[in-house]
Ligand binder design. Structure first.
Ligand SMILES: [Zn+2]
Length: 99
């Protein structure tokens, strides 16, 4: 679970999950009201996971022909990914560039 880099309070899963849907401008800490940003490492990781899922989808189509089975697998894996996402989030006090 992410820890606020300003007040070092641990965010709960629910708080993190709700805040991950806030677009742009970082996320406000529920304890100290300071803005926190997702680290580039976390962003890179979620991009890689997305790419792996898409690649697996393409590969399964290539080997097994177009099938809906994998499509349904993805649909069932997606909520799992969303549920575990807050566990991987790391916070930073500053908005850091990706590279
Ligand atoms: Zn805080």
């Amino acid at each position: 679970m992410p820890t606020c880099q300003n007040c070092h309070h641990k965010w709960s899963w629910k708080q993190t999950f709700k805040k991950s849907f806030t677009l742009g401008g970082g996320m406000t800490c529920p304890y100290c009201e300071e803005k926190q940003y997702i680290t580039p490492r976390t962003r890179t990781r979620s991009t890689i996971i997305t790419f792996i899922i898409i690649a697996l989808f393409m590969l399964s189509n290539l080997f097994f022909g177009p099938s809906y089975i994998f499509f349904f697998v993805i649909i069932s894996v997606l909520p799992l990914f969303l549920v575990t996402y807050p566990f991987f989030i790391e916070l930073s006090n500053k908005e850091e560039p990706l590279w």
